[in-house]
Design a binder for this molecule. Sequence first.
Ligand code: PMM
Length: 280
Amino acid sequence: MRIVAEGDRCLVMGVVNVTPDSFSDGGLWFDEAAAIQHGLELVGEGADIVDVGGESTRPGAARVSLEEELARVVPVISALTSEGVTVSVDTMRAEVAKAAVEAGASLVNDVSGGLADPVMPRVVADTGVAYVVMHWRGHSHDMDSRAVYADVVTEVREELAKRVDLVLAEGVSEEQVVLDPGLGFAKNAAHNWALLGGLPDLADLGYPLLIGASRKRFLGKLLADADGTPRPFSRSDDATVAVTALAAQAGAWCVRVHEVGPNADAVRVAAAWRGRGAGR
Ligand code: PMM
């Protein structure tokens, strides 16, 4: 079942990484109580969905065990859903997705688009929840070497279309599918900008789009000092908000962000600009 915002505006997904090593917030919400508290704060700031993940996907990251991932995310998801929060689980493992949905999650966010765990699409099909199929070419430890494209928009579009065919063949329904170009996953800065500029081509596939640009390295690179030193992620949140406004304007279904408040404002601005949900 697809989640839709009032006035059909772009949704805001706030990130809770229950990890010691995620790129921008690793360790901050590793403690269970801190993660739950943070998820509730994000809702207070305007998040429509809280994305709970227990495995870092930053470039070069090693994998965690299944047991560790379950122990990190399930209690946090149970606590948030019991407070009425709409929760998404950021996982590449079918067993984690299943446990998360049993704990109340309404969306499975699989950055591998079903490639890391071949059982995932069937498990998601059984649950009936929304399924984010992200473009992915391999695990984080060597994804940068796979960032080779002749025409990134065309190739990502074709590879996503193939993933959709596969997950539908495994029983996932079209209404469950959300697509994501996977910014930064086997993509360099130029690839990411081309994909953002090419959102209409990806939207042509006919599925809602989720965009995860928040605090990614390509923003720091764009905003580098005169001597070429990249802007640290802690000072790239304004750029994330700009991407949010433009992505929402281009028709994105949802943006995945770390700093919810200003991005929630940006999606409302975009909705008013597009003549939808201007509200007061
Ligand atoms: N990026 C990260 C993690 N999960 N999920 C989706 N659907 N799209 C993304 O772009 C995405 C994701 C990595 O970001 P983080 O480690 O800073 O949270």
